[in-house]
Design a protein around this ligand. Structure first.
Ligand SMILES: O=C(CO)[C@H](O)[C@H](O)COP(=O)(O)O
Ligand SMILES: [Fe+2]
Length: 222
């Protein structure tokens, strides 16, 4: 069995952007480990969200938070310096959007950030195996990237399983449609240890219970 830690990462995409720092602080106070920040350029995905200026503001209000930035953008190399300067802790880019992921991981590391690589649901896991150990995190999307509130796709779990079997200490993140019950149980059983949850946390009347339940689901599999 792996010895990776459970990491619960509420997605701020489901928060009230008008009071973003308070929303972020609220979920941290309720037990979240990191904050998942979804960045969309309206090109790689058919939606727009936020960019480095908002990360900079979050960093100002939350000096100690781990800001896990998920870049759903067509040219991830273009924004690395901006996000490093803004205070991002982790920079996850999509493997479909770059032709030399290993070099981009090196660049992200050289700027003092952790590096993640994300895969859309149809992208084979083989595309990340050559540099999975170089990355700090591999993100297996469990919805088509672009929108919160979609349904979890259990069909991508074989990719999670493969990563966990090959790399026992790798942070394997799942993102999209996760909440208490079958979805997180399925992801944890496959070997995911980093759980992104937007709608299920922020739309809940008891976000603390959701965060704890997600953590328990992961821990019960380790
Ligand atoms: O990357 C994302 C969408 O592209 C979001 O992180 C994801 O959808 C989380 O939201 P929810 O938990 O509501 O599905
Ligand atoms: Fe995301």
């Amino acid at each position: 069995m792996s010895k990776v830690q459970a990491v619960i990462a509420p997605s701020l995409l489901a928060a009230d952007f008008g009071i973003l720092a308070q929303e972020a602080q609220k979920v941290l106070d309720m037990g979240a480990d990191t904050l998942h920040v979804d960045v969309m350029d309206g090109h790689f995905v058919p939606n727009m969200s936020i960019g480095a200026p908002v990360v900079k503001c979050l960093r100002k209000h939350l000096p100690n938070a781990f800001l896990d930035c998920h870049l759903m953008v067509s040219d991830p190399e273009k924004w690395v310096v901006d996000f490093a300067k803004a205070g991002a802790s982790n920079y996850t880019f999509h493997v479909e959007a770059h032709n030399d992921p290993a070099a981009l991981i090196d660049k992200i590391h050289s700027l003092g950030m952790k590096a993640g690589v994300a895969l859309k649901p149809a992208t084979p896991v083989e595309s990340v195996l050559p540099f999975a150990e170089k990355a700090d995190l591999i993100l297996i999307m469990t919805v088509e990237p672009g929108f919160g509130g979609q349904s979890f796709m259990g069909s991508v779990m074989p990719k999670v399983k493969t990563l966990r079997e090959k790399f026992p200490l790798l942070n394997v993140q799942v993102d999209g449609g996760l909440g208490l019950g079958e979805t997180v149980e399925t992801a944890a059983a496959a070997g995911a240890n980093v759980i992104v949850a937007g709608t299920s946390v922020f739309a809940s009347s008891d976000p603390a219970a959701v965060i704890l339940g997600l953590r328990n689901a992961v821990n019960s599999r380790m």
